[in-house]
Design a binder for this molecule. Structure first.
Ligand SMILES: Nc1nc2c(c(=O)[nH]1)N[C@H]1C(S)=C(S)[C@@H](COP(=O)(O)OP(=O)(O)OC[C@H]3O[C@@H](n4cnc5c(=O)[nH]c(N)nc54)[C@H](O)[C@@H]3O)O[C@H]1N2
Ligand SMILES: Nc1nc2c(c(=O)[nH]1)N[C@H]1C(S)=C(S)[C@@H](COP(=O)(O)OP(=O)(O)OC[C@H]3O[C@@H](n4cnc5c(=O)[nH]c(N)nc54)[C@H](O)[C@@H]3O)O[C@H]1N2
Ligand code: SF4
Ligand SMILES: [Mo]
Length: 852
């Protein structure tokens, strides 16, 4: 029988009436109603409910709604009240149901039965109960307490939730007693923060007033596809393109590059030279913003190429050190000079700089990791971000903003009373990541030794194999996501006891002794997530939206509660006492009695200032009560106030926007003093080129490169897929099927792209299988010739090459054979040492490409 749409619906309606009559979610129509002719109601929505939650597919952390039918997640959209994503998710948000229902998720706790560990070695996992799993973990931890070596507990955190993370990252190491807890931030984008940090005292990710921007410069990032504000960028960029100018600075043709008026395919790692030349043009042509920067006393522009200027001749307003910057760096940075370094034509540099200057201050220089995450990235980030200072776009309409103020959340009770002497003593041990070493200033916030050096933990472990006895990691996959990935394989193989808390069996999981399957937090967890975009900071809820299909628990809350309970039973009560005595339901005053209650109560405590506010908060209409907050799912604060930091309110040493960074100088001097040496010596051992005063101004440092141009002629360009949910989507069929949305890429493939001119020289063609070799390793994948990469570079998307994770991500999970190739087996382990960040951009790894 051929079913028409109408008869199909009638038939299924009849079935529903008969067979599923016990189901609570389907409206139970009397049987006869299914037999009356069907009339399509144009607006009749599908049966179900939109449940508010938060996507964590990237760092935008969008407030979303998940359409739940009968306890199943079927669709996703942006939270309709969101002022940051306008009610829309990006393409990755739509992948939530596939990630939730990935058949390769871990179904219950497991333990390893093969003591031998290594890549490709079968761990021989067997299922166990949560009780046995947590007993085993607690026993291992108690052994450390008894031996007085709690500092040999290491906790590694990848992604996390804004508030629940306090209960694990915040309190477990502190109460138990270890200094060895490390977040993934330094493999993420920390170096980028050095740009705004060392100039305007804001070590954070910026917001942009795209609604009013007239000139957008996407520099080392691809805001339509990745970075931190994708839905707002998708919403606004076409408007900017229509009324103004869009410019992309990227060695490969990115998504925004394809939409831009100007694409500057910069020679990788030379962004500082390009920025310097643009600053040179802005100054010599008198295009700087006088409201922000000030002017010459006599109003006559004395910035002339090659000529030093008298500092006394210029009166600055909101800035500090413009003339020093000019004299030390900019006066010789002509476009003609920059063309040789950047391979961007001088005429294009001039044209683009003029466009930026004419649109100022409504010009946004949106600087991303492509500029900063390289071995000398701090200075490139400063050079590119400093353009925003010259253009006066800081904190103005159409410009670059710091984080808006969001609703204040409830903080958790202090744990100090539960930290005993042993824990305090142990916390004073040296950290494994080497931060603050002479050659690793890691001066986040301009405070030496304060930044994490995530990727160096593996080196610390290899140097001292006895340093780690128990390791716990959550939501991380460093054996895949860190450059020099094989170091992690070697280091993890030696860890005597490793616990991994993740929903999918990734590469890192293959080294685990105990696997604790965690919730997929966007649909199954509890937390409050905070972020900002489009001028608003917000808090959004994550709440269980669907029925859990498997025996999983949320790592930051449920697992911590149950583990604390076990530790108490075995003689270490502090953690459990803290959780059970200090936490109270803000509505009922009741203490949590179960892991699930602990999870929900922590979420209520974080959000109570929003839904139990006595007076209306700045921002959205008041939310009355917990139930209403769960329904609405989010609260946005007041819009960012313009010129917030003008008038001497920047958090720098001088309170001004520093073109001459007294802030950096102070930090470097402090670090040098600790080692009884000079900043020049520190810079030398840390691999930077600047000496003397130049070190304190944004300037160009020639790119550091691993591998000689003779042996490794191509610079490798790494970037993110539009479909990467960080490292967590390659196992989804939709990821593979739609992979072609990345410019130059091919579905169900992982091609490396080379310019056709280079292909011709080497006799290579599209479809060839090639080996790419760097000083760190080699990978094999398919070649595609494509005009979107400049000659002398090859580009490959990050995200594939999984030898574990699942049946789609890996070619053969059982045999550990990857699908495609992991860029991190190629990229050399190196750092921007001023920030402690891992290098992945700037073409710092040279490669050669050969047909196999
Ligand atoms: N689609 C997607 N979006 C994401 C994520 C994701 O996984 N997928 N993850 C989120 C996270 S965790 C982060 S940290 C952010 C960061 O994500 P992005 O801002 O996208 O940063 P990268 O992934 O480092 O991208 C580097 C960009 O710089 C370019 N590039 C490489 N070398 C150079 C160079 O020398 N100069 C210049 N000018 N450009 C260069 C690359 O081609 C690429 O376009 O994205 C977030 N958004
Ligand atoms: N070459 C190269 N390397 C990169 C990047 C790049 O662009 N190029 N990007 C870098 C960046 S910006 C970042 S932020 C890092 C990210 O790298 P990591 O911090 O290592 O994070 P992921 O790879 O996203 O983590 C994957 C793990 O998280 C688990 N997981 C997925 N969802 C959940 C959940 O809801 N709860 C829990 N508990 N676990 C979950 C999965 O099972 C998997 O084991 O990678 C960095 N590495
Ligand atoms: S992946 Fe990022 S931008 Fe896309 S919906 Fe999720 S949080 Fe928003
Ligand atoms: Mo990241």
């Amino acid at each position: 029988m051929r079913l028409t749409r109408r008869s199909f619906i009638m038939a299924s309606g009849a079935t529903a009436g008969l067979a599923v009559s016990g189901c609570a979610m389907l409206p139970r129509a009397p049987l006869h109603s299914a037999l009356v002719p069907y009339k399509a109601k144009p607006s009749s929505p599908a049966q179900g409910e939109w449940v508010a939650s938060t996507c964590q597919g990237c760092t935008q952390w969008c407030a979303i709604e998940i359409f739940a039918q009968n306890g199943r997640a079927v669709r996703v959209r942006g939270n309709q009240a969101s002022k940051s994503n306008h009610g829309y998710v990006c393409p990755r948000g739509h992948m939530i149901p596939q990630q939730m229902y990935d058949p390769d998720r871990i179904k219950g706790p497991m333990k390893r039965t093969n003591p031998v560990k290594g890549r490709g070695i079968d761990p021989k996992f067997v299922p166990i109960t949560w009780d046995e799993a947590l007993d085993t973990v607690a026993d291992k931890m108690i052994e450390l307490r008894k031996a007085g070596e709690t500092h040999k507990l290491v906790y590694l955190r990848g992604r996390y939730s804004s508030t629940s993370t306090e209960l694990l990252y915040g309190t477990l190491p502190k109460v138990f007693g270890t200094p060895n807890y490390f977040s993934h931030s330094a493999i993420c984008a920390e170096a980028e923060k050095m740009g705004p940090g060392l100039t305007q005292g804001f070590f954070g990710y910026r917001d942009y007033d795209l609604e009013k921007t007239n000139c957008l410069v996407a520099w080392g990032c691809d805001p339509l596809a990745s970075n931190r504000m994708v839905p707002n960028a998708i919403h606004r960029v076409h408007e900017i393109a229509k009324r103004g100018t869009v410019i992309a600075v990227d060695p490969r043709l990115s998504n925004i590059g394809t939409k831009a008026h100007e694409w500057l395919p910069v020679n990788p790692g030379t962004d500082g030279a390009l920025a310097g030349a643009m600053a040179h043009v802005l100054l010599t042509e008198g295009l700087w913003n006088r409201d922000f920067v000030g002017d010459f006393k006599d109003g006559r522009n004395q910035f002339v190429a090659g000529k030093a200027v008298d500092e006394a001749a210029f009166v600055e307003k909101e800035t500090h050190g413009l003339v020093k910057w000019w004299n030390l760096e900019l006066k010789d940075r002509t476009p003609a000079w920059a063309e040789k370094e950047t391979l961007v034509p001088a005429a294009q540099i001039v044209r683009v700089a003029r466009t930026m200057g004419k649109a100022a201050p409504k010009t946004v220089v949106w600087m991303g990791p492509g500029v900063a995450m390289n071995p000398r990235g701090t200075y490139a980030a400063m050079a590119v971000h400093a353009l925003n200072g010259l253009l006066g776009s800081i904190d103005v309409e159409g410009g670059v903003w710091q984080s808006p103020t969001g609703p204040k959340l409830g903080s958790f009770p202090k744990a100090d009373a539960y930290v005993d002497e042993q824990a305090k003593k142990a916390a004073a041990n040296k950290k494994l990541d080497g931060r603050g070493a002479k050659d690793m200033p890691a001066m986040m916030g301009a405070r030496p030794g304060s930044g994490v050096v995530t990727n160096n933990v593996a080196n610390g472990m290899l140097k001292d194999p006895g340093a780690v006895k128990v390791m716990i990691a959550s939501w991380a996959n460093f054996n895949f996501s860190c450059t020099g990935a094989d170091r992690w394989d070697k280091a993890m193989a030696k860890v005597p006891f490793f616990v991994h808390m993740v929903p999918n069996p990734s590469e890192m999981t293959q080294f685990a002794d105990i696997v604790l399957p965690s919730t997929f937090n966007s649909a199954e967890g509890w937390s409050i997530i905070t972020n900002m975009a489009n001028g608003y900071a917000y808090a959004a809820i994550q709440q269980p939206t669907v029925k859990r299909l498997w025996d999983v628990k949320q790592e930051e809350t449920e697992v911590m509660w149950l583990l604390a309970e076990k530790l108490k039973a075995k003689g270490f009560p502090n953690l459990f006492d803290y959780y059970s005595k200090e936490f109270k339901d803000p509505e009922t005053g009741k203490a949590p009695a179960t892991a699930m209650e602990f999870s929900a109560i922590a979420t209520k405590m974080s959000s109570a200032p929003i839904w139990a506010a006595k007076e209306a908060l700045p921002g959205d209409a008041p939310i009355k009560g917990w139930a209403e907050f769960r329904k609405k799912g989010m609260f946005s604060g007041a819009r960012y106030p313009l010129k917030k930091n003008w008038g001497g309110k920047f958090a720098t040493a001088t309170k001004k926007f520093e073109f001459y960074s007294e802030t950096l100088k102070k930090g470097l001097l402090e670090h040098a003093k600790k080692y009884e040496t000079t900043p020049d010596d520190i810079l030398a051992v840390s691999g930077y080129l600047a000496r003397g005063e130049l070190a304190f101004v944004p300037h160009y440092e020639a790119p550091k490169r691993h591998g000689s141009v003779q042996d490794y002629p191509f610079a490798f360009v790494d970037y993110k897929s539009r479909l990467n949910r960080e490292g967590r989507s390659a196992n989804l069929p939709w990821y593979q099927e739609f992979k072609k949305v990345d410019p130059g890429d091919v579905s169900w493939n992982d091609v490396v792209k080379m310019n056709p001119a280079d292909g011709e020289k080497l006799g290579l063609k599209s479809g060839d299988t090639v080996r790419i070799t760097s000083p760190a390793g080699a990978i094999v994948t398919q070649l595609r010739l494509w005009e979107g990469v400049r000659p002398g570079t090859v580009a490959k998307c990050y995200g594939q090459g999984h030898w574990a994770y699942g049946r789609v991500a890996a070619k053969d999970y059982a045999k550990a054979i990857p699908n495609g190739a992991n860029n991190n087996e190629l990229l050399v382990d190196d750092y921007d040492r001023l920030s402690g960040s891992t290098a992945r951009n700037g073409g710092f790894t040279g490669v050669r490409v050969q047909k196999v």
